[in-house]
Ligand binder design. Structure first.
Ligand code: DGL
Length: 258
């Protein structure tokens, strides 16, 4: 990949790959550079200042490498730092992700929707004002999931310890809710495991909305590629272990639409 004309995508770790999958499917001719900050994951249990610093640094490094647009493929980092990044780089399209409360409320009006997310996402004003917009339409039940993103970072998603963690988090909601918002980009990788506990209920994530918004912003900036050949995807990580990049490729191949 020439170090220009690519879209930089970052997350605290593997989670953003669930967004990357949708971006590459909706914008197949674009080149993408995905950066996972796995050495610093999880973000959702840090202070807001720490997440702001890490996110602004990562966005800056992607832009220095030549990114024509940046996708913050992390709900936690979007809530903490999207505004700062946009202010620092006003000429670059910067697209974030937010919990998919809006599509969930439209499809399940007057129903009970569990919003699974990191502790930090649910504490932020950004989430509170999003939830307040849909409160009259539907019942949103926030569920902070400390430890879950960190466990997903390790891979091996069918192991008993992960199912046990989910069982503990979700057991009080069996037959009590009508849908789930996956408000952390790590969680689409464990849809099957969540369904094992909650049954076959609708789940919503922010990937499609993020890809649509990225296309709109690139069109607006006249920055969509005119290449006809398939774009390339490069992975990079702050965890300098070659195994980490293989893990990212495994996640990129994993099914998230089940
Ligand atoms: N994947 C991220 C999110 O969407 C953050 C997970 C974490 O690092 O805590 O919030």
């Amino acid at each position: 990949m020439t170090e220009e004309d690519f879209i930089g995508v970052f997350d605290s770790g593997v989670g953003g790959i669930s967004i990357l999958k949708e971006l590459t499917s909706q914008l197949p001719n674009e080149d993408f550079l995905f950066f996972g900050d796995s050495a610093n994951a999880p973000y959702g249990e840090k202070t807001i200042e720490q997440v702001q610093k890490l996110s602004c640094d990562l966005a800056g490094r992607l832009i220095d490498r030549g990114a024509k647009a940046v996708v913050i493929a992390c709900n936690t980092a979007t809530g903490a730092a999207a505004r700062m990044i946009r202010e620092a780089y006003p000429s670059i399209p910067v697209v974030g992700v937010e919990p998919a409360v809006k599509p969930a409320a439209m499809i399940l009006p007057k129903k009970k929707i569990l919003v699974m997310a990191t502790p930090m996402t649910l504490q932020q004003n950004k989430y509170r004002s999003l939830a307040a917009r849909f409160d009259a339409q539907t019942t949103l039940i926030p569920l902070a999931c400390p430890g879950l993103a960190a466990r997903i970072e390790e891979g091996e998603l069918d192991q008993a310890d992960l199912l046990e963690m989910l069982e503990q988090l979700l057991r009080g909601y069996v037959n009590q809710i009508d849908g789930v918002v996956l408000g952390c980009t790590h969680y689409p990788f464990i849809k099957k495991q969540i369904r094992k506990i909650l049954g076959d209920i609708p789940m919503f994530d922010g990937a499609a909305g993020t890809a649509k918004e990225l296309r709109r912003r690139l069109e607006e900036a006249k920055a969509l590629t005119d290449r006809k050949e398939p774009g390339r995807v490069i992975f990079d990580s702050s965890k300098k272990d070659p195994k980490e990049l293989l893990l990212y490729e495994d996640f990129f191949r994993a099914e998230t639409t089940v």
